[in-house]
Design a binder for this molecule. Structure first.
Ligand SMILES: O=C(O)[C@H](O)COP(=O)(O)O
Ligand SMILES: [Mn+2]
Ligand SMILES: [Mn+2]
Length: 510
């Protein structure tokens, strides 16, 4: 770790505008269409640039859309970090995954005792939570080890990919199973139920009972389940295939979770394992990548080391920070930006805004932004606070609804919040760094496999705006033409008067 530098810096505010991407004006660009006079003025008047926030620049496979987890982790780490999806793919390409001792021993045990393998995960190629290609590799491994029965418990997406595509992905899953020579879909359920992360256990339990107990509406085909949904792919009702006898999890079966990202599957994983234990079923369980579950689930692929980032540098330098976000993005400015490290730090305060959630953010594009902004202003007014780090969630969370008009409004609410925060920064002698963590709202349609253009609420590969409003407004140094999210932590440290951390490969932009 780098020793703190003695250059006096200024206190500041790091504001992550979640899902704030940049793309040329177009009919589906909600960021451009929104009236955002303050963001326009700050971007025009002060040093600004575009930062890469997807693909290799942040530790993803080339061409992969950015996401909140890797976005905030790289903002904090000051270097690209090989993300879980990239590590899984490397283990597949090298053949390591198939030979993974934990996997081999589970599959061999199932083959010997005649147990079934249950594979649970999101069936799409959104590459944010999961990738059906990974499922394919697990199916091939099960076939090679002669596991007698393999059941796929399919979660439908419609959020990281265009809505209305669930049937296509379910067909693909069936084809992958046929190609591998094993596996059949047992049940289908939307991610709104199976991947709730807000503690709505009534939703989670619908998934628990489908997967563990084969309880759901009976359907003849997976496509029938997908097409019956009146609320899109995210909300496909729990459905069990009529020709899936014995898909209920039995004592002695095995279970592998194939989402690589933990945040939206961990609630279900814990709940399901507790239900199996309560019903006297011993089931050996693995996850593709490491999960933040209460239960200790052995992972097939370990996480990259993310230490030596901003949090470690701030702690070493005694820099006091306040982290603020509403529930949807709270972990992003605490756990993820700190490198998936939950160590309590005495120099950090966490403010979690808990206003009303919403099942449909179309109707409430303002979310709880006023309270988030109030908290930022309160923290900025405290002289003992060196750094305020906040996430404004609206552009991303409302963007995910795929509703263009609501997303335009979310951008406009965000602009009004930035206006208040920029004024407070000026009044408290703070610099203000604005940056997106990945694109979303600047592209609200996507071409479906059938060639039609559909509303799209998912992320993009576009770069994100990055603006530095200096504490001394006379300073007008230009930023490099292109930056990456890895440059944010070195720039923040520089503005605070500290050197770049020795583990960081990004550079201060000023
Ligand atoms: O989990 C979600 O809401 C989306 O799939 C991804 O969005 P995030 O990366 O912004 O959390
Ligand atoms: Mn995000
Ligand atoms: Mn998002």
């Amino acid at each position: 770790m780098t020793a703190p530098d003695t250059t006096p810096g200024d206190p500041g505010i790091l504001l992550v505008l979640d899902g704030w991407g940049h793309a040329p004006p177009a009919a589906d660009n909600a960021v451009d269409a929104a009236s955002t006079p303050v963001l326009d003025e700050l971007t025009g008047r002060y040093p600004s640039t575009l930062a890469y926030a997807s693909g290799e620049a942040v530790g993803l496979l080339p061409g992969t859309v950015g996401n909140s987890e890797i976005g905030h982790m790289v903002i904090g780490a000051g270097r690209p970090l090989p993300y879980d999806s990239l590590l899984v793919q490397q283990h597949i390409d090298s053949g390591e995954l198939r030979e993974n001792p934990r996997l081999v021993s589970l599959l061999d045990a199932l083959a010997v005792r005649g147990g079934a393998l249950h594979l649970v995960g999101l069936c799409s190629d959104g590459q944010i939570h999961a990738n059906v290609g990974h499922l394919s590799e697990l199916l091939a491994a099960a076939a090679a080890r002669r596991v007698p029965r393999v059941w796929i418990h399919a979660i439908t997406d419609g959020r990281d990919v265009a809505d209305g595509t669930a049937e296509t992905y379910l067909t693909q899953v069936t084809e992958l199973a046929a190609a591998a020579g094993t596996g059949a879909i047992a049940g289908v359920i939307g991610r709104g139920y199976a991947m709730d992360k807000a503690g709505n256990l009534d939703l989670t339990d619908r998934a628990v009972h489908l997967v563990a107990d084969a309880e759901g509406t009976e359907v003849n085909t997976a496509a029938e389940a997908a097409n019956a949904s009146e609320r899109g792919d995210e909300w496909v009702d729990p459905s069990i295939l009529r020709d899936a006898p014995g898909a209920r999890i039995a004592d002695g079966d095995g279970l592998v979770w194939f989402n690589f990202r933990s945040d939206r599957i961990q609630q279900l994983a814990d709940r399901l394992l507790e239900h199996l234990a309560a019903t006297a079923r011993t089931v050996d369980t693995l996850s593709l990548a490491q999960y933040d579950t209460r239960a200790d689930i052995p992972a097939l692929v370990q996480r990259a080391d993310a230490s030596g980032g901003l949090a470690d540098e701030l702690t070493a330098a005694g820099v006091r920070s306040v982290r603020i976000a509403e529930a949807e993005k709270f972990e992003h400015v605490t756990y993820y930006i700190n490198g998936r490290d939950s160590t309590a730090r005495s120099v950090e305060e966490h403010v979690r805004i808990t206003g009303p959630g919403a099942s449909d953010y179309k109707a409430r594009p303002e979310m709880n932004l006023d309270q988030v902004t109030d908290a930022v202003l309160d923290a900025a007014a405290r002289p003992e606070v060196d750094l305020v780090i906040a996430n404004l969630a609206n552009i991303d969370v409302v963007g995910h609804t795929g509703d263009y008009a609501a997303t335009v409004k979310a951008c406009e609410h965000t602009d009004a919040a930035v206006a208040r925060i920029a004024t407070a920064a000026a009044e408290s002698g703070r610099w203000l760094l604005l940056v997106g963590d990945h694109g979303n709202a600047e592209k609200m349609t996507k071409q479906a496999p059938d060639g039609t253009s559909r509303p799209y609420g998912g992320h993009t590969t576009h770069p994100v705006p990055l603006v530095v409003v200096p504490a001394n407004k006379e300073a007008t140094a230009a930023l490099p033409q292109r930056a990456t999210l890895a440059d944010v932590a070195p720039t923040v440290l520089h503005l605070l008067g500290h050197k770049t951390g020795s583990a960081m490969t990004g550079r201060p932009l000023l």
